[in-house]
Design a binder for this molecule. Structure first.
Ligand SMILES: [Fe+2]
Length: 181
């Protein structure tokens, strides 16, 4: 499986957006691999972690994200479920779930209903350790072109999540404990 080729295929002419997503995803994949390796657990599927991290934002290609040059129709919040749809059409069913489950620390049905998000009302939260590690690593990086390479501190991540409620920060704290090998 060639993640870069898949991204290029689906971003099409949006090559600037594609290179931003690719660079962001490489940083997320590298952090996810560092976290996974530090746990020293041979049961963790490192190959899957790398591939799925490289593809987690593929759904951005169909969103309207002017900041990175994406001119699709869909609101940005849909990039998770669009990514799932794309990867399922590519036969990558396990990777597809990472796309859907990586927004923030995951979205619950309750989050979706309370915030009135334009998403199907079902839980979209990372369930297994590979999914959690990718979601965790993604929290440390943005796709804003000027801060793409900046790895956020834990305090920055806490502040960002805090805007969505203390229960989100609590999930991050739990992951920090579980994932510090
Ligand atoms: Fe991301």
């Amino acid at each position: 499986m060639n993640a870069e080729a898949l991204l290029t295929k689906h971003f099409g002419v949006a090559d600037h957006a594609c290179s931003i997503v690719l660079e962001h995803s490489r940083l997320v994949a590298d952090k996810a691999l560092r976290v996974a390796r530090s746990l020293g657990d041979p049961a963790l599927d490192l190959n899957f972690i790398e591939e799925a991290a490289l593809l987690h934002d593929i759904g951005v290609c169909r969103t309207k994200s002017a900041g990175i040059g994406c001119t699709g129709d869909a609101p940005y919040i849909l990039h998770g479920i669009i990514g799932r749809e794309i990867l399922e059409s590519e036969g990558l069913h396990r990777h597809a779930l990472v796309c859907e489950r990586h927004i923030g620390v995951g979205l619950t049905t309750d989050d979706i209903l309370r915030q009135g998000l334009p998403l199907p009302s079902r839980d979209m939260v990372p369930l297994n350790r590979e999914e959690i590690i990718i979601c965790f690593a993604d929290l440390f990086f943005s796709k804003k072109p000027d801060t793409l390479r900046h790895e956020k501190s834990c305090d920055e991540v806490r502040r960002n999540l805090g805007r969505f409620g203390e229960h989100k920060v609590a999930i991050f704290e739990q992951w920090l404990q579980e994932l510090s090998g």
